[in-house]
Design a protein around this ligand. Structure first.
Ligand code: RP5
Ligand code: MG
Ligand code: MG
Length: 281
């Protein structure tokens, strides 16, 4: 199990005064005793209001809440891609260790919160020729969005809605964040959906598992499925006009290279993509 770093230390996102309890590297693992550990308890107001994507505050409710941990709970997927998570004090415990904060923070679900990340790639072409990187290999580009919340560049991913197929989430989030589909007329949106349906048929799994996301807590964390959709001759999605939408403020084709700085552990996914397609890194 890899140690998380983004969800440790400092101010919790979108708060003014919620600071994570310090967790040094050697105290991350639950197997190591940490007597002084006094994590802050924080769940955002937007989560406590219990929108459809959020669970009830099970620690505070008077009646016992029946949640099926580590399983498909009606249409909510509470399974992890890793080993089964443990339940401590009635709530799931982050399998990657301490984060300095308990409760759910900005996340709706106790335990895993499932996301999907569509990685759309093409070759970088200038004057009809593929551009080569320092390692002599052709340079790949992917569609990146700038996140409204942190300002970081990232994959246009998003959370899987209850009962939603991951293939649907991948297309929906890409359309919303990189093509601003939410602002299209229903007719145009429908046309777009049909076009994307074909392109999204040939996906390759890049990553499946825990995301080192700044929102993670001791009881709630993000897991994702990252899929690569490659437009090899640049004739399909590579030609779409990009417009940022929803929780994205900008969108553009970014060169895939080792120097990339991306949100969460998205850079790790890009390395895998470069390797899989034999592109420059
Ligand atoms: C990351 O946050 C995932 O990898 C995915 O890209 C994203 C999902 O959250 P939202 O974009 O919906 O905030 O952890
Ligand atoms: Mg979104
Ligand atoms: Mg998103």
């Amino acid at each position: 199990i890899k140690m998380h770093t983004n969800c440790r230390g400092g101010l919790y996102p979108r708060t003014k005064d919620i600071y994570r309890f310090d967790v040094p590297d050697d105290k991350v693992s639950w197997d190591v005793e940490y007597k002084e550990y006094q994590p802050v308890d924080y769940t955002a107001e937007s989560v406590l209001q219990q929108p459809p994507w959020a669970d009830p505050d099970i620690r505070k409710s008077s009646e016992p809440v029946k949640i099926k941990w580590n399983s498909l709970d009606n249409n909510i997927d509470r399974q992890t891609f890793g080993k089964k998570y443990d339940i401590y004090n009635h709530v799931p415990r982050n399998p990657h260790g301490r984060t300095g904060i308990i409760g759910r923070g900005l996340l709706g679900r106790w335990g895993p919160n499932h996301a999907a990340d569509p990685i759309i790639t093409r070759w970088k072409v200038v004057d009809g020729h593929k551009v080569k990187g320092q390692d002599g290999k052709p340079v790949l580009q992917f569609i990146a969005i700038q996140r409204r919340d942190t300002g970081d560049w990232a994959i246009p991913g998003g959370m899987v809605d209850a009962g939603e197929l991951v293939t649907t989430t991948l297309q929906r989030e890409f359309s919303e964040e990189a093509l601003n589909a939410l602002n299209l007329t229903p007719e145009k949106r429908d046309k777009l959906r049909k076009c994307l349906k074909v392109f999204f048929k040939n996906g390759k799994e890049v990553y499946k598992g825990y995301v080192d996301d700044i929102r993670n807590t001791d009881n709630s964390w993000i897991e994702t499925v990252a899929m690569n959709f490659h437009d090899d001759n640049g004739t399909s999605v590579a030609n779409l006009a990009l417009t940022a939408g929803d929780d994205a403020v900008s969108v553009k084709w970014l060169d895939i290279a080792q120097s990339l700085k991306l949100y969460a552990n998205h850079k790790e996914f890009m390395k895998k993509v470069a390797n899989d397609l034999n592109g420059s890194w």
